[in-house]
Ligand binder design. Structure first.
Ligand SMILES: [Zn+2]
Length: 260
């Protein structure tokens, strides 16, 4: 038991290191900066970070969320994304186990973390990031890890793309071209039924957050709320818990039906 916990802890920490790289990707690519040079630096005073400051989560806690040199507050988004990536990597290993599908699930998490960062910070979902993952998912879904039936992945991708296109046209704003293309990519991972489920969850959570925003922060209909993070939450819930959620949903429908 303790050995298993140790393995999970190691996977969590490896995930957090990946997460800190995804922060860099999500923050630098939209600004067309190189991923390697300059080295990671404070975005306020530009001082390069030391090796210890690059350690995810722990360094944030040690320096109480401030830059060691200029004391500027560091966004909570960084450690949050590192923790999320670590936790989701552990979830993937537990739920999927050692198989080729694990490769898809870890890449799927990586994609969603990157687009969450870039969508929150710049309100963009990057084409080159989408394209890279798209090629990877198409290859894997047509070779090592097909869905059942094998064409479900492509059908879901096309459905997702067209469905979002329709939603964007109907909603006139809110969602954008990046969200449409993102759903085209996610279709290959999710398959049709989980695709619909993910969109349902994303819309419910998005609506709740928008309502809270209108009440508390005085958002109006013109406030642009990036939809990417909601797509990420919806997709991850559907991918990992789709069967459980659908079973729960059908049981609830049945119980309502029989109580009438
Ligand atoms: Zn600084």
């Amino acid at each position: 038991m303790e050995f298993t916990m140790l393995i999970y802890l190691i996977i969590f920490f490896i995930g957090a290191i990946f997460g800190s790289f995804f922060n860099v990707v999500g923050l630098r690519l939209p600004e067309k900066e190189s991923l390697i040079l300059p080295r990671s630096h404070c975005r306020s005073c530009k001082v390069s970070l030391t090796a210890f400051e690059l350690v995810p989560i722990i360094s944030f806690i040690t320096f109480k969320g401030r830059c060691r040199t200029c004391q500027t507050k560091i966004s909570l988004l960084y450690p949050l994304m590192e923790i999320m990536t670590g936790a989701l990597f552990v979830l993937a290993v537990i739920k999927i186990g050692l198989s080729w599908e694990l490769l898809i699930s870890l890449s799927f998490i990586s994609l969603l973390i990157i687009i969450t960062v870039s969508d929150l910070m710049y309100k963009v979902i990057l084409n080159n990031v989408l394209l890279l993952f798209l090629i990877f998912f198409i290859l894997l879904r047509h070779t090592l890890v097909p869905l059942d039936p094998w064409w479900d992945a492509s059908v879901a991708a096309i459905t997702g793309f067209l469905l979002l296109l329709l939603l964007v046209v109907l909603s006139k704003g809110g969602m954008g071209g990046g969200d449409i293309k993102l759903y085209g990519v996610l279709g290959f991972v999710l398959g049709t039924s989980n695709l619909f489920l993910s969109l349902l969850i994303a819309s419910i959570i998005g609506t709740i957050v928008a309502l809270i925003g209108m009440l508390i922060k005085k958002w109006d209909r013109k406030t642009i709320v990036p939809f990417g993070p909601f797509i990420a939450i919806g997709s991850i819930s559907a991918y990992f818990f789709g069967e459980e959620l659908l079973t729960f949903y059908y049981q609830w429908i049945l119980s309502v039906y029989y109580s009438l």
